[in-house]
Design a protein around this ligand. Structure first.
Ligand SMILES: Nc1nc2c(ncn2[C@@H]2O[C@H](COP(=O)(O)O[C@H]3[C@@H](O)[C@H](n4cnc5c(=O)[nH]c(N)nc54)O[C@@H]3COP(=O)(O)O)[C@@H](O)[C@H]2O)c(=O)[nH]1
Length: 783
């Protein structure tokens, strides 16, 4: 601060000091002047002059008394004379100092002479009879002294006048000085007054400002407290984060939520920002710091999510900050942090539900397909091959239906665990649904032969692992898988096609007797292409009425015709008559079985209705119904509708179902069969013995007939096992009160064997091949 500024700030004190100094100087000056004037007051001179006049009068009286005494002296005169003398003596004594004070020549002599004369008269008067001459002489002397006194008195008067003039001048000067001082002091007083007024005004102004400041401070404190109350009660943290160029950092402000989210007090964070970063998960910290660096570079806001572990509990936090450059060179972020753990968990949950199988926790089809796409892209870059292993559990449905879904679920979980253990962490084990699992192996050899060898080794390992016994609900269970393998390494291949190849290979493994592994080969690919073409042709064939029905007769043990089985054929324009074995499976997988099955049902019932009764009995017709057809929600109504429209009796219709169909959802199956049986429709179990042949479900299903599969009938005379199976099926049917029919009976010996063991009915080339209804020779007897 400069000297001038300092002086200006202290101007009031300086001015006050100056005024006091001037007032003091003026007082001293006036005091001196007054003293001086006082000393020289003309009153003194006048007083002296008056004293001299009195003295002169006293001298004159004594002179007069002396003269009178000189004429005649008596006691009275003597007394007046003595009185006048004493008065004069006293007067002279009183005026002694006056004489001394008068600086006039002759005064001292006069005083002395007067004293001497008074002493002489006193002496004279001591004489009781003073002589008149002495008195007259003294009268003369005092006359002379009176003249001298008069003359002196005149001079004293003149001196007094001169002194008065001088004093008058002094008084004028004093008055001028006083006036000047009054003016000056008045001016100073006014200046001081103005200053005081201004000072007062300034003080009032300052007081007002002070009050306003105090009010503002109170308001600010209240606002701050209110804000702090709000921010401290808000979920999460409101913060300011500051960073200096030297890397030092701190949180100048952080709401109380900091304690909850980071386990750090706002005070600790205000001292050192590092404590907050230390609380972050070590894996996330570098990412957060990198984002801060980016924000500092482009001065743009950033948002980041990271983990914090507090008391061993991990939580997810989200922070948002907007940077600002400060005058001191530091960067200041204003932001907020809040807990997003619940949202992250929900997201993880959603992600998990969307991409993982809830039963086994394995990736689902969606995730598998996604990973497969990435794997294909990676293969294209690295040149390495990969493999898809499609795993299907053999006979899983049996376990599921015989021991319940809980056991099935337990087995699926155990299988999932074993599959996970059988591959590397990088490989993917997925569950497509049901008992279907897929393993995606990556990073196999670059040559297909090498990759195939590796895939086979892993596949064999899985086979061995899944063949080990399982403990399912306290019971040992033995299961086997069928595994199809498809190699990949070509980006052009579609993931759906790849999965289809592995699926096809798995079916090859099933076809090869199960519990084995098969590779997808080009021949299978050709088959896929052929199937697509066949599907298109089937659709067209259905539209153009290329499908026809053949009927195969069925006879009882007495040789009487009891009915016939409707068997569909495709009268293909180029390929001729195509048997159902070549298109039923495809029709099932494509859904074409629904319109085709409906057509078969309608046609069979309509053609039966046109048949005449044989031997007075109405004929029956057996119609094959596929699983997909049977499971259709409208199946029961569709069948009843067909019966009604055709006009046949419901009891004339028998529906043939396959064993595998009955294994799925037994409850629903029982319910549907029951509803149709209530109308009189009969049910036959086809191909009995080839599947699972579980007595438990056989007992529960309201069937009418079981059909011994022709594979047992064929070797019933040569194969003891087949003979035993045939006998057992017949015995089982009898036990359960079911009608038993044997199919594929080609010889009389077969027929005789079956009759011998109690078989109720027969169907086969021995009695007649399937043929159009018009060509059917319905013989009335076996013989
Ligand atoms: N869902 C539907 N499935 C149908 C339908 N029509 C037929 N099929 C299924 O196709 C399977 C094969 O039928 P097909 O080729 O017609 O063979 C049948 C007979 O020709 C044959 N058979 C009859 N007797 C003999 C014999 O003595 N020897 C011998 N080698 N074969 C013989 O058996 C078939 C009849 O079998 P099944 O149905 O089990 O009684 C056929 O199995 C049907 O499942 C249809 O409309 N819908």
């Amino acid at each position: 601060m400069s000297m001038a500024t300092r002086l200006w700030r202290r101007r009031f004190k300086l001015l006050t000091g100056l005024v006091l100094v001037l007032v003091a100087a003026s007082v001293v000056h006036l005091w001196t002047k007054v003293s001086r004037i006082e000393n020289a007051l003309p009153l003194d001179a006048l007083h002296k002059e008056r004293s001299f006049a009195v003295l002169l009068e006293e001298v004159g009286r004594l002179e007069t008394e002396l003269r009178l005494g000189a004429l005649e002296i008596d006691a009275a005169r003597r007394e007046r004379l003595a009185f006048a003398l004493d008065l004069l003596i006293l007067r002279q004594r009183d005026n002694r100092d006056l004489y001394a004070g008068l600086q006039l020549p002759g005064v001292a002599e006069l005083h002395r002479d007067l004293g001497a004369a008074l002493a002489g008269v006193d002496e004279t008067l001591r004489d009781p009879q003073p002589d008149a001459a002495s008195l007259a002489a003294w009268a003369e002397r005092f006359g002379a002294l009176r003249e001298r006194l008069r003359a002196l008195n005149g001079r004293v008067f003149e001196a007094s006048i001169g002194q008065a003039v001088t004093q008058r001048a002094d008084l004028d000067r004093l008055r001028n000085t006083v006036s000047a001082m009054i003016v000056m002091l008045g001016g100073l007083g006014m200046a001081l007054g103005v200053l005081l007024v201004r000072q007062q005004r300034n003080i009032r102004e300052l007081e007002k400002r002070d009050l306003a400041l105090q009010a503002a401070e109170v308001a600010q404190r209240e606002l701050r407290e209110r804000l702090e109350r709000i921010t401290d009660n808000m979920p999460g943290v409101i913060f300011q984060y500051r960073e200096w160029p030297d890397g030092h950092s701190c949180f100048p402000y952080a709401s109380q939520g900091l304690r909850e989210l980071f386990g750090v007090s706002p005070e600790a964070a205000a001292a050192d920002g590092g404590v907050i970063f230390s609380a972050m998960h070590p894996e996330d910290r570098p990412r957060v710091i990198e984002l801060l660096r980016e924000s500092a570079r482009d001065m743009q806001p950033r948002q980041v999510e990271y983990r914090v572990i507090l008391d061993g509990v991990e939580s997810w936090l989200s922070s948002h900050g907007t940077p600002r450059r400060e005058a001191d060179g530091s960067l200041l972020w204003h932001g907020y942090t809040h807990d997003v753990t619940r949202r992250r968990l929900a997201e993880d949950e959603i992600k998990h539900l969307a991409f993982y199988d809830s039963l086994t926790g394995l990736p689902n089809r969606r995730l598998l397909m996604d990973r497969l796409r990435h794997a294909l892209a990676l293969c294209a870059r690295t040149g390495a091959q990969g493999a898809l292993l499609f795993i299907d559990l053999d006979n899983f449905k049996t376990l599921n239906d015989t021991r319940g879904h809980d056991c099935g679920d337990t087995l699926l979980r155990l299988v999932a665990d074993r599959l996970r253990q059988s591959v590397r962490l990088d490989d993917t084990v997925a569950r497509l649904g049901g008992d279907e699992f897929v393993i995606m192996l990556e990073g196999l050899g670059a040559r297909p032969e090498e990759a195939a060898t590796q895939a086979e080794q892993i596949g064999e390992k899985i086979l061995a692992l899944l063949n080990l016994p399982y403990m399912v609900d306290g019971q040992e269970y033995h299961g086997t898988p069928s595994i199809g393998v498809a190699l990949f390494g070509d980006r052009e291949t579609r993931v759906e096609d790849l999965l289809k190849r592995a699926d096809l290979a798995m079916y090859q493994a099933k076809g090869a007797g199960r519990n084995t592994l098969r590779f997808f080969d080009p021949a299978m690919q050709t088959l896929v292409a052929a199937n697509s073409a066949l599907e298109a042709e089937m659709r067209q064939g259905l539209r153009q009425g290329e499908f026809i029905l053949h009927y195969q007769p069925q006879f009882d043990a007495g040789g009487a015709l009891i009915g016939m089985e409707a068997l569909v054929r495709w009268q293909h324009p180029q390929r001729g008559l195509v048997p159902p074995g070549e298109f039923i499976a495809l029709a099932e997988s494509t859904g074409l079985i629904l319109p085709l099955g409906q057509w078969v049902l309608e046609t069979a019932c309509a053609e039966l209705a046109a048949c005449k009764p044989v031997c007075g009995r109405p004929l029956g017709v057996a119609v094959n119904v596929s699983a997909r057809q049977f499971r259709h929600p409208d199946f029961v109504e569709a069948v009843l509708g067909v019966i009604e429209r055709s006009g046949i009796e419901a009891a004339q219709l028998k529906i043939e179902l396959t064993e595998s169909l009955l294994l799925e959802d037994v409850e629903e199956t029982v319910e549907r069969i029951g509803r149709l049986k209530a109308h009189g429709v009969g049910f036959s179990l086809d191909d009995f013995g080839t599947g699972y042949s579980s007595l438990s479900y056989l007992k529960r299903l309201p069937l009418d007939q079981i059909k011994i599969d022709r594979s047992f009938v064929r070797d019933v005379l040569s194969d003891a096992n087949d003979a035993a199976i045939a006998r057992t099926v017949i015995a089982l049917g009898q036990t359960l009160g079911l009608h038993v029919i044997a199919e594929g009976v080609e010889t009389e010996a077969q027929r005789d064997f079956l009759i011998e063991h109690g078989c109720d009915a027969f169907q086969g080339y021995l009695f007649g091949r399937p043929a159009p209804i018009g060509e059917l020779r319905c013989l009335g007897t076996l013989h």
